[in-house]
Design a protein around this ligand. Structure first.
Ligand code: AMP
Length: 540
């Protein structure tokens, strides 16, 4: 399907082309038609699915140059408002005379009032600030044609329900109403009954978990080594933009402070920051003045920071889906990304579950030694030096070096410059790590039991059968045995260990029976639920 299959104007198709969208995303395929035709719609879709364009394109299409507010998009946060307004501006950039204005709290209201007076046709804003403008009479909805609630569930969660009602009650009855939400709870169903006419429902399945194109590593260490190891990784890998995840706000603050002290351009993002502070951090990150963004999962949710070169799980995430969301921020647009997970003590068990869930190969890496870091920096310097030699005339520099070169051996001069450069660039203050920097790779002692292997190494030896349902789906060994017997004809005595986790199950089977069992069981039902079955090879 193409965008040109929809009744979209040339101007919008041009805007779409400039954005680099080649074909509509699934939500766009399903929602563009009905919304363009004027239907009300409820779309269940998460950020990242292209939902903004799904409602934004029809909204822009239906908006005329008349200097009246014709479209309203309500968003839970200031950031999302800015993001949505920006996307609409981009898509509508060839549609002359249509202005999109973001209104949100925390910014001076005077400027917004002025901008409203000058005339904007589409308003994107947070419920609180939109209410404020309504009260002041600076917003007039009499010509409004379409209202969109974006991330409606978030707005309910944030306590905007009454504001949303008040706003909707003040819009003309004859309007088109679209709701977008990641989840469809009671409140949105009730709103749909109250405010929509015959809505069309669209549900976009959660994107298949994909961690392809991302090199994933884990590093075992003691908790106190984390910051030092992180700074070594940053120096070694030299990412342009790195995102580092912590599990608590306090840890975000502490790590941001420590990294800054070590000379990195780091900033932190968590739920306790004021909107203006968050905006500030995000702007710096986008402009590249921040190279390391430290964040909690909540703060990072829905943020559009583009591609990140490196993601670090400073703390291992508590649930497996969060792992996928975190590392999914790297390796976008066909680029290879890197993800590093820090593992302390018993985290290794948790990591094993993550591997089983994502079916990804996460490779163990030794902690980088100071020597390796220094060598890495020097190697990079030499590469950069090659580039400078190639791209520059250097006449002036040669002239200033001339007196020195008369006295000194040129290779010594070059070597001295390398030392100086290294000193200048090694802004960080590394600390030596016990063992790691004294010729012995770090080995965690807490988990090497009898076999001398990690649990992962112990269990990942042989391939297994992987089933995408687990304890939470009511799976127990009995039903697994029954299904293997009835669907794949495998006798009970051939089935080894059955490991039932929250969301999936791993079964040990003799290698000769594995492939056939995958084929036979895949797509069948266990406890009335269709299952996906695959080979799990773990780390091999
Ligand atoms: P959203 O879910 O609206 O936040 O969109 C997520 C990202 O996908 C944004 O950066 C959009 O610009 C981008 N996007 C939206 N639609 C498409 C499309 N059809 N093709 C490629 N990228 C898209």
């Amino acid at each position: 399907m193409n965008f040109s299959d929809f009744s979209l104007s040339k101007a919008l198709l041009k805007g779409i082309g400039d954005k680099g969208f080649t074909s509509p995303s699934p939500i766009q395929e399903e929602a563009l038609g009905p919304i363009l035709e004027g239907q009300d719609l409820v779309g269940q879709a998460q950020t990242g699915t292209g939902k903004t364009a799904a409602f934004g394109l029809p909204l822009l299409e239906k908006t005329s140059k008349k200097k009246q507010v014709q479209g309203l998009v309500l968003c839970p946060t200031r950031e999302l408002s800015i993001q949505v307004a920006r996307e609409l501006e981009d898509l509508g950039k060839y549609k002359k005379g249509v202005r999109v204005l973001a209104v949100y709290g925390g910014a001076p209201i005077g400027k917004q009032i002025q901008a409203l007076r000058e005339g904007a046709q589409i308003i994107v804003g947070t419920p609180g600030r939109v209410m404020d403008h309504l009260r002041r009479g600076t917003l007039n909805f009499s010509a409004l044609k379409m209202v969109v609630l974006d991330e409606a569930d978030e707005m309910f969660d944030m306590g905007f329900r009454e504001d949303m009602k008040t706003i909707l009650d003040q819009t003309p009855k004859k309007r088109q109403t679209c709701f977008f939400s990641a989840t469809l709870g009671q409140e949105i169903r009730e709103f749909s009954k109250l405010y929509q006419k015959n809505p069309h429902w669209v549900k976009i399945q959660k994107k298949d978990l994909t961690v392809e194109g991302i090199d994933q590593y884990y590093l075992e260490m003691e908790a106190k080594m984390k910051t030092e190891v992180l700074s070594r990784l940053l120096d070694l890998e030299d990412p342009r933009l790195a995102m580092v995840f912590c599990n608590t706000k306090r840890q975000v603050d502490r790590l941001t402070r420590d990294l800054t002290r070590r000379g990195y351009h780091a900033d932190g993002l968590h739920g306790d920051l004021k909107q203006t502070q968050r905006d500030n951090v995000m702007n710096k990150f986008r402009q590249g003045t921040v190279e390391v963004l430290v964040a909690t999962d909540v703060a990072a949710r829905g943020l559009d920071v583009g591609a990140v070169d490196m993601v670090v799980n400073y703390d291992l995430p508590q649930d497996q889906e969060a792992y996928v969301h975190r590392i999914g921020r790297t390796g976008r647009a066909g680029k290879t990304g890197q993800a590093f997970s820090f593992v302390v003590g018993r985290d290794i068990y948790h990591l094993e579950e993550i591997m089983a869930y994502t079916k990804a190969h996460i490779e163990g890496r030794d902690l980088p030694t100071l020597k390796e870091v220094e060598a890495g920096i020097q190697e990079r310097t030499l590469r950069e030096l090659g580039r400078v030699l190639k791209d520059n005339q250097l006449d002036q520099e040669i002239q200033s070096l001339a007196p020195l070169l008369k006295r000194e051996d040129p290779s010594r001069v070059a070597a001295a410059l390398l030392v100086l450069y290294g000193q200048k660039n090694q802004e960080t203050h590394h600390q030596a790590l016990d063992r790691v920097d004294y010729g012995k790779p770090f080995r965690s002692t807490s988990r090497r039991k009898k076999s001398g292997k990690t649990p992962h190494e112990r269990t990942s030896g042989a391939p297994k059968l992987w089933i995408n349902r687990g304890r939470l789906d009511g799976i127990n060994p009995k039903v697994v045995l029954a299904a293997l017997h009835s669907e794949a004809g495998i006798p009970k005595n051939q089935v080894g260990n059955i490991l039932i986790k929250e969301g999936h199950t791993l079964v040990d089977l003799p290698p000769r029976l594995l492939k056939e069992s995958v084929k036979k069981l895949n797509g069948k039902k266990i406890r009335g639920q269709r299952v996906r079955v695959d080979l799990f090879k773990g780390k091999n």
